[in-house]
Design a protein around this ligand. Structure first.
Ligand SMILES: NC(=O)c1ccc[n+]([C@@H]2O[C@H](COP(=O)([O-])OP(=O)(O)OC[C@H]3O[C@@H](n4cnc5c(N)ncnc54)[C@H](OP(=O)(O)O)[C@@H]3O)[C@@H](O)[C@H]2O)c1
Length: 283
């Protein structure tokens, strides 16, 4: 697909997979909006992207996805400047070290990894619909399979039975369930929504995780993909003609893959949507 002047918003675009995704899109001539939480890190990455691609159409919108008021402000900032959004890549994510809550009193992993993208996507829906065949891409993970056996609509925030990896797995399962429900709700539009596993990628993802997780990452580093390679499926879903019209799917290595069956359970994905609306004040 010709990406020249397409508007692409990538969350978590200052590091790892997100930075490589943003860099490639900028190199293809797209106007890239980097949604990041830290001004200094974002500006550093923006300069790197401009320096390496020679493309100046790269700008930063600051927002911490843990803060819903920040997401509202960022969406407003975007809407004021852009009428249409061609590609939205919900990429930002964390692996937590311990159970923490956001200022809105929501478990942090669910807030950043699922509710943040849920709210941002909904707040930008008009811009997505204004674009010619917009694409929404949610970066999930194979670790969603850890979330499948513990999915309980009444315990999404793991008030009981918490562990950092359960919280991460559950949030990544929510990414796939959200994609499925979103695709259904957009079926009478030209907007598509897909999600993916990027592979096991050598990034800063575990930098705030427990020492055990950091150790696991350290040992696994030689076997991990580079961020550039890790960005390939996100980019495939963003720019390839092969996926035009495909929606509601989970991809791995650029191939449609079956997620845990619960991820495509219509009744549960609708319940998750409604609970997410309540938790983000959208209903
Ligand atoms: N790496 C892997 O092996 C792997 C495997 C499967 C899925 N994934 C998924 O890939 C995505 C990208 O992760 P990565 O591996 O590239 O890790 P990364 O290098 O740590 O990048 C994560 C990005 O998310 C941003 N972020 C974190 N919390 C945020 C918040 N509250 N508000 C706004 N931005 C926030 C980070 O910003 P800061 O730099 O400011 O912290 C960073 O830019 C994640 O969704 C992750 O779950 C990764």
């Amino acid at each position: 697909m010709d990406m020249t002047n397409k508007v692409c918003l990538v969350t978590g675009a200052n590091s790892g997979i997100g930075k490589e995704t943003a860099k490639t899109l900028a190199g293809l001539g797209a106007f890239v909006v980097m949604l990041c939480r830290n001004e200094e890190r974002a500006e550093h990455a923006r300069q790197e992207i401009i320096g390496q691609t020679g493309h100046t159409g790269v700008e930063v919108i600051l927002a911490d996805l843990a803060h819903q008021y920040d997401i509202h402000r960022a969406a407003e900032q975007f809407r004021e400047k852009f009428e249409a959004l061609d590609v939205l890549i919900n990429n930002a994510g964390i692996i937590p070290a311990k159970r923490e809550e956001t200022p809105e009193g929501i478990e942090k992993t669910l807030a950043i990894n699922h509710l943040g993208p849920f709210l941002l996507t909904n707040l930008l829906m008009e811009q997505l619909k204004n674009a010619d065949h917009a694409r929404i891409i949610n970066v999930a993970s194979e670790v969603h399979r850890l979330g499948a056996p513990i999915f309980d609509i009444n315990n999404l925030q793991l008030q009981t039975r918490y562990s950092p990896m359960k919280a991460y797995g559950l949030s990544k399962l929510c990414n796939i369930m959200f994609t499925h429900e979103l695709a259904k709700r957009l079926s009478d539009t030209t907007v598509t929504a897909n999600c993916l596993h990027p592979g096991v990628v050598n990034t800063r993802l575990a930098s705030d995780a427990s020492w055990l997780m950091k150790l696991f990452y350290f040992i696994g580093t030689p076997f991990m993909r580079s961020p550039k390679k890790g960005a390939q499926t996100s980019l495939y879903l963003a720019i390839s003609d092969e996926v035009s019209g495909i929606s509601g799917q989970y991809f791995k290595n650029k191939q449609i893959t079956a997620p845990a069956s619960i991820a495509f359970d219509d009744e549960l994905t609708e319940k998750l949507w409604k609970r997410s609306e309540t938790l983000t004040g959208l209903n």
